[in-house]
Structures are given as structure tokens and as C-alpha cells.
Design a protein around this ligand. Sequence first.
Ligand code: NI
Ligand code: MN
Length: 225
Amino acid sequence: MTLELTWLGHSAFLLSDGTCTVAVDPFLTGNPTAPCVAADIKCSHIALTHGHEDHVGDTIEIAKANGAPVIAAFEITNWVQSQGHDLVEPGNPGGRIDLGGDCWVAFTQALHSSSYGGQYMGMPCGLMLHVGGKTVYHCGDTGLFGDMALLGEIYKPDVAIIPIGDRFTMGPELASRAADLIGAPIAVPCHYDTWPPIEVDVSRFTPQFAAVQVMDPGVAWSVTT
Ligand code: NI
Ligand code: MN
């Protein structure tokens, strides 16, 4: 079993083992770095870190087109149902949801906010995703917190996906500290350079212990570590 990881720009990623394909934060319409459009996405599940528009993105369209359950905080899945899509898997930090075939998603905390169109969307989350025999920690939008070390110890992620764009999340220096706290061998930067307010020099993302994998949107990477 292998994990194929694809960056769709901003915080959007596809994780696939060929059977289970999870679209995380599928924001494509209005995402200037998106390599494809919503209609191109084929997935078995959608997982959301929080309710902000640059993360919910095209969730409703993709969920309906694929008949895919939406995994997200309880308040978000209530909203998804109000949009005419009943297939949901609500959760909250600390909880884990089995997706079948040795795949699962667990919710972690994130230091952020969560709303959609001004409506409260519950706790912002990070996601621990186990697909293709690998564990990926998608931190969501978050500031630095010390329990990242605990999450690393418990879940032993192979890859950490970390926001580095500053202003709304960590910048590269704090994100580097986050990568070292988490302790995954590979750190993938995201949530940067999408728009001018979050433009940063990715070469400032320099964890001491993790190798940095800068991904190109739309280029699949087989995670073998
Ligand atoms: Ni956000
Ligand atoms: Mn965001």
C-alpha cells in the first residue's frame, strides 16, 4: 500500500491509496494556485479542518458529485446538511472516525477561529489522516502550541503539513518550530503565497530535524518514507 499525496494549492490536498481518496479543504474556485477545477475531483471522502471559506471551498459541489461523506466539526456538518447533502461524519478534537480499509481521520485542536459567512462553525481543527499505511498530520490553520509534540508522540505522523504564510497562521519561523515539535521526518509547507497578505519566502521554513518537501500544485507524490 502506498500513499499518493497531491497539493491542490493553499491548504487543499488529496490523499489516496487508490481506493480511499480523501480531499482535504478542497478550495479550488477562487484559489489562484489550484491546478484543477472542482469537477475534476474524484474522491471517496472530504475532510475539513475548519469553516473558513478558503477551506470549505467547493465542498458542497464535490461532495454531491462524488456522493462523498463530509468529515468535519459538528457545526460544519450541520451546515453541510442544510445545503442539501446528508452524507456527513461529524466530529470534534480528540475523536477518530474510521473510513474503512485501514483508513481513518482523527481531529486535533488548532489555535484559530472558525466561521462561514459570519456563522459560527465550531472548533477549528487539525486532522490526523491515515491513508495508504501512512499517517499525515494536516495542521489546519493554526498558531504554534506545545501539544504538537504530544500529538507527534501519539500518532507518529510520517508527514506534517504545516501552514507557513504568517498573519492568519504561523509564519516560517514558528512553523519550523512546529515541525520540530511534531517530529515527522517530512514537513510540507502550505497556506502561503496564495495572495499577497500571506506571501513568504519558503526558504525561511527551516526545521532542524524534518526534511522540507516543497510541493508543486497538481503533482502527485508517492510517500514512501
Ligand atoms: Ni482559517
Ligand atoms: Mn485559511
